[in-house]
Design a protein around this ligand. Structure first.
Ligand code: ADP
Length: 475
């Protein structure tokens, strides 16, 4: 079985969040189970600078009525035989565009057309033809529609990692892609809908849709859901009936990449037997660097966007300041949120440190140095930080939502609190502080967390089952 993964990020080459982790690890797990997987992502300048690759070919892409050249570069996912193709075009895919930049629509649309041309090139040049094209998030959600327009009849799967990014933009993009209104399923110019919803089109044009946890799958198909994606999923269900497969498959993490016993960024490596002294050594170094004293330490690691619930931490601070704890916040994103955490750390400088940048080494040191990790997300499709934290013996204190529910057992390997409730969050912190002072209970929880299985095995098997079903369905 041959599968092409089409995505925007892939760790370690380019990673903004959990999507990068998944694309850098799921293909390896699938390969271990006998699937022949290749990955394609854009070849950004920053990848060229850090991970230069070998050029293997060149394709031509028609976009916005012009012919553009795209270079094909090839490498391997580290520690595996999985091929990764990098597509290079200086005009559309060289610089990583900021936040909500309009150019992003063009960039991803251009990338999606280039993927169609890559599929032709792979078949002709190296005789490799995917049985399935597996697209991820709105960045590549136009691929199923574009493949149809390029006469490539190949089953497609769309995985929604986060539906808060849907890619809504002007219908003018269809002109650049040379796609008529009647080809897109929702757009009819002159009618009420005048916006293109890229993720929505992806749902309607792909053969199957998945998301990254069962609870999130339920949340987004709940009839009370106000999300626009709900209407696309319902329409698809209506059009295709029982043959439409929509499924939640929990993400996993790569146990070779996330291992406190071999992580070279740590000040001290440790395992389930040596975690007490190992974590303390990391804590000493990290707290020294941050000018904080040796106390029970909570951390936050994640993108600083409203989804992640930093407002809950800010609103609770008056109530939790009486505890003798440190809170270390690491993340970058929304400027307003970054400013808010900086002013919080100024106000409570002996308790709170705010580090607003992206750092792979520091994030790993912080996972290892912390006793607890705060995950007050308002919604969380899957979440990987709770899995990484648990693997590093750090107990999550998390909202009862999405994949957090599917990966944390309350009071066993973490604490869950009512989503969005400051009062419940404060209660959960209280429980965490009390547990820490009860050494037996704390020890049991750490052991349980470190032993919880988040490796890809089970979920990779579910994807393989799905691939087989989809291949059968499309004959
Ligand atoms: P999301 O996909 O919503 O960003 P996840 O919990 O699924 O959230 O994954 C986040 C990933 O990004 C984790 O691997 C986490 O360690 C990493 N990460 C987030 N912020 C930073 C940061 N500032 N520095 C380093 N790594 C980060």
């Amino acid at each position: 079985m041959q599968v092409l993964f089409a995505a925007y990020e892939c760790a370690p080459f380019f990673k903004k969040g959990g999507l990068g982790d998944v694309i850098g690890s799921l293909p390896i797990a699938l390969e271990d189970d006998g699937v022949d997987v290749s990955v394609v992502i854009p070849y950004y300048d920053l990848i060229i600078n850090k991970y230069p690759q070998k050029k293997v070919g060149q394709i031509q892409v028609i976009f916005n009525s012009k012919l553009a050249s795209v270079g094909i570069y090839k490498g391997k996912l580290p520690g595996s035989n999985v091929s990764i193709y990098f597509l290079r075009n200086k005009q559309y895919m060289a610089k990583v565009k900021a936040g909500d930049s309009k150019d992003k629509y063009k960039e991803y649309a251009f990338f999606s057309v280039a993927i169609a041309e890559l599929i032709y090139w792979l078949a002709e040049s190296i005789k490799w033809k995917p049985d399935i094209v597996h697209c991820h998030d709105w960045h590549t959600a136009l691929v199923p529609l574009i493949l149809k327009k390029h006469f490539i009849s190949m089953p497609t799967i769309l995985t929604i990692h986060n539906m808060s990014h849907q890619g809504t933009g002007s219908v003018g993009l269809l002109d650049m892609l040379h796609i008529g209104d009647t080809d897109a399923k929702v757009i009819k110019r002159g009618e009420r809908v005048y916006e293109l919803n890229i993720l929505g089109e992806g749902i309607l044009h792909s053969d199957s849709v998945t998301t990254v946890s069962q609870t999130y799958a339920k949340e987004i198909t709940d009839s009370k859901s106000k999300e626009r994606i709900y209407t696309y999923l319902k329409r698809k269900e209506k059009e295709e009936g029982k043959s439409f497969i929509f499924q939640g498959i929990l993400n996993g993490i790569d146990y070779k990449v996330w291992d406190s016993n071999s992580d070279s960024f740590l000040y001290s490596k440790y395992n389930i037997r040596t975690y007490l002294s190992g974590k303390q050594k990391n804590k000493n170094e990290v707290l020294k660097k941050l000018h904080l004293s040796n106390k029970l330490t909570f951390c936050f690691i994640g993108r600083m966007v409203s989804q992640k619930g930093i407002d809950i931490i800010i609103k609770s601070i008056q109530q939790i300041r009486s505890y003798d704890i440190n809170i270390v916040l690491l993340g970058e994103g929304n400027k307003k949120i970054e400013d808010a955490v900086h002013s919080l750390s100024k106000q409570y400088s002996s308790m709170i440190a705010a580090e607003t940048y992206y750092s792979e080494p520091f994030s790993r040191q912080l996972f290892a140095a912390s006793d607890f990790i705060l995950i007050p997300s308002h919604f969380e499709p899957c979440g990987l930080i709770q899995m990484i934290a648990m693997r590093y013996g750090t107990i999550p204190v998390a909202s009862r939502t999405g994949g957090l529910v599917d990966s944390i057992t309350d009071e066993k390997n973490g604490f869950l609190f009512q989503n969005g409730s400051v009062a419940d969050f404060v209660q959960a912190i209280k429980k965490a502080v009390e547990t820490y002072s009860n050494k037996n209970k704390y020890h049991d929880m750490v052991q349980s967390a470190m032993q919880t299985d988040f490796s890809w095995g089970k979920s990779a098997a579910k994807y393989i089952d799905l691939y087989k079903k989809i291949m059968k369905k499309s004959g």
